[in-house]
Design a binder for this molecule. Structure first.
Ligand SMILES: Cc1cc2nc3c(=O)[nH]c(=O)nc-3n(C[C@H](O)[C@H](O)[C@H](O)COP(=O)(O)OP(=O)(O)OC[C@H]3O[C@@H](n4cnc5c(N)ncnc54)[C@H](O)[C@@H]3O)c2cc1C
Length: 402
């Protein structure tokens, strides 16, 4: 039997989650279908909106005014981007994001670089390198892929900041732990008290203390609070290589919100194509556990990720979008995406919308260079929000006509 909803959202990443939550909050019946959980657990959870154009961007809001007309932010206007970011912030209010679109902050990367982003959870925002004062960077001996000395050396290189690197034992010599192992173990009060005492003994007069971003999963606030109490100074988190613990915190907060708002979900199911209908698409063919079903709706949001997420396939000769089979205009790999109009409807080669009842969102949308311009999460939030606004208006029209 076919399943039916007001809107079907494809993708459980940041873009799909924002679209689904916004639609459900407006009272639409939403069915979210996704092959997997999305890639939030790979990204640092900071909200980079616009960090680089021809050089570093100090204000995303000001920078947006000089983007080309085909850029998703220029299509929707900076006012909508701002609304979207405010929506994100209030949606995940439990994570208490700091910052805004007026000024970027400079957050440390896992190699001691500076990453310009608009917003971040409090423990990351506390690492803003534009703030004065000395910092200590703490490495955890048992943890792979994080060198406190390298981070400190690179942060100090410009001379603007004084950083010292220290490495402490945790979980015993010889242990070989990944980010998630440390994040779980540090939730044990006794272990983090030992860690705090060890760190206190070697950080001298540093004013802030940076740890790799492994300060707890569910008990994150308690972990940060305890370490700040033991150390008597502000503690911050530094993005790590994947898996990203802050990314997983964001991903689980959004998964809970989707369920609380009444989004119906089928995770672990792949959309393999579509059936035509009024507006262009009548339903999506979904394959799960060796069974195929059609999911019907009046409107569809496709947030299936870019080249990395599985939404765009790159072959020797051509590039195509994987669900509706749309051809992708040529361009550098990082910028490949579906050409859309101002309502995020996909455009054909003639420049006209090819489907009236479909909006694209997230990394599947073309016209930007998310990695180059440091705009990945901003584009997900803004297009996810706009896609929901477009679909919301159409769902309301259908309801009035009934
Ligand atoms: C490998 C990888 C590494 C990354 N590293 C970083 C990083 O270091 N820093 C950073 O800022 N960002 C990173 N990102 C995030 C990325 O840059 C984008 O910001 C983000 O992935 C875009 O989110 P999205 O919601 O558009 O799609 P995604 O989060 O990719 O989600 C796509 C969703 O669509 C689903 N899907 C795809 N095809 C189908 C289908 N046919 N049927 C059903 N469901 C489908 C997927 O299962 C998933 O749920 C990384 C992403 C990936 C994939």
């Amino acid at each position: 039997m076919n399943r039916r909803a007001d809107a079907v959202v494809v993708g459980a990443g940041l873009a799909g989650s924002i679209a689904a939550c916004r639609l459900a909050q407006a009272g639409a019946e939403v069915l979210l279908v996704a092959a997997g959980e999305g890639s939030m657990g790979l990204a640092p959870a900071w909200l980079d909106v616009l960090g680089r154009m021809s050089g570093p961007v100090s204000s995303p809001l000001a920078g947006m005014q000089s983007l080309p007309d085909s850029h998703p932010y220029a299509r929707m206007g900076s006012g909508v981007v701002q609304e979207a970011v405010e929506f994100f912030s209030s949606l995940v209010s439990s994570l208490d994001y700091r910052g805004g679109l007026e000024d970027n902050m400079a957050l440390p990367t896992s190699l001691g670089g500076r990453h310009l982003c608009a917003m971040a959870p409090p423990a990351m925002a506390a690492g803003n390198l534009d703030r004065a004062g000395s910092v200590a960077i703490v490495g955890i001996g048992a943890m792979r892929d994080f060198s406190a000395c390298l981070v400190a050396q690179n942060l100090s290189a410009g001379g603007a900041l004084s950083a010292q690197g220290v490495t402490v034992d945790f979980a015993g010599a010889g242990a070989d732990l990944g980010n998630l192992d440390v994040a779980r173990r540090i939730q044990e009060p006794k272990l983090r008290a030992q860690l705090g005492a060890e760190v206190l003994a070697c950080i001298g007069g540093a004013e802030r203390v940076g740890f790799p971003a492994v300060l707890g999963l569910g008990a994150h606030q308690e972990v940060v609070g305890d370490l700040e109490r033991i150390l008597g100074r502000e503690v911050f988190e530094i993005a790590t290589v994947p898996p990203s613990v802050p990314g997983l915190r964001l991903s689980s907060a959004l998964a809970v919100l989707r369920r609380t708002l009444g989004v119906k979900e089928v995770i672990g199911a792949r959309v393999t194509g579509f059936v035509p209908g009024p507006g262009g698409v009548g339903g999506l063919r979904v394959r799960a556990a060796s069974r195929s079903q059609i999911y019907e709706a009046d409107y569809f949001v496709i947030a299936s990720g870019g080249v990395l997420g599985g939404g765009i396939e790159v072959g020797h000769q051509a590039r195509s979008e994987t669900i509706l089979g749309l051809q992708i205009p040529e361009g550098p790999l990082g910028s490949l995406g579906v050409a859309v109009d101002n309502s995020l409807r996909p455009l054909g080669p003639s420049g006209d919308p090819v489907f009236q009842n479909v909006a694209f969102a997230g990394a599947t949308v073309g016209g930007a260079d998310p990695i180059g311009e440091l705009s990945s999460q901003g584009i997900c939030v803004a297009t996810g929000y706009l896609a929901a606004e477009v679909v919301k208006a159409e769902v309301a029209k259908v309801a009035r006509a009934k």
